[in-house]
Design a protein around this ligand. Sequence first.
Ligand code: AKB
Length: 316
Amino acid sequence: MRRILVTGALGQIGSELVLALRARYGSEAVIASDIRLPPLETLKPGEHFEFLDSTNARQIQDMVRNRDIGTVYHLAALLSATSEEKPHVAWELNMGGLYKVLEVARQHDCKVFFPSSIGAFGPGTPKDNTPQDTIQRPTTMYGVTKVAGELLCDYYHRRFAVDTRGLRFPGLISYATPPGGGTTDYAVAIFYDAIRYGRYTCFLSPGTRLDMMYMPDAITALIGVMEADPAKLIHRNSFNVTAMNFTPEELAQEIRKHIPDFELRYDVDPVRQAIADSWPNSLDCSAARAEWDFAPQYGLGAMVEDMLTKLRARIS
Ligand code: AKB
């Protein structure tokens, strides 16, 4: 079997995806890569981790050719809030990196996964039960790179038969990596502060409803869409996926079932609030269910219980 390359392997999704891919296909089959390297002692015998700057076409080319890569999970990208702070870097990394990965994939017949987002939608998108195929027109640089990325992946599939597949992720909640640069990060940070201090100050306003998914469901969905029978795929880039939606207050209420005195305060960040306000409240995932059996397991209650248990063990 040709190997699997994961770019951005130390990021929120990459950190957990690499473990799942190694468990499923064997350590020898998976090459994790990033522009940082993990401490050597964290790697077990037989696990591969390589330096790779995914804006450098030569490095991608060498990696794919020399290590016999057949599939690329291209996760290296800036998230929404950081992309608004540094739009030029976001364009260079999110679009430039994807274009170079697709070009190498075309030349070496690789399959490519592209992570899109609810950020690919905009203020003109229907907010509730947002359809799979609808108006997008995002107003953030992050969203621009996600819509353009979806279109570019579909183009490479139609024009060059590159097997590209993608998911429009909602906010992802995970205990394995700390939050970093997203608009939905409050839904991760809240757990750290709830455990440590019993209170949290939220940067989004009380009524902000957003789609979310617990990381184990995101990893199952990622592998699921990549293993799906291509004959059944009507869509490719990218599928709406979500598992729950809530406001900060609703999340706090669920946390109070475990930490009764938990306090939630607000100090709204206008930049991240404007981004959140331009995104949908809830996605329609019927295409993902029909075309490759998407079936998330965690709702709000199960996610909160598991997050608190796992994060408590990690923090202590
Ligand atoms: C972000 O908040 O930037 C991401 C996303 C929803 O794409 N979590």
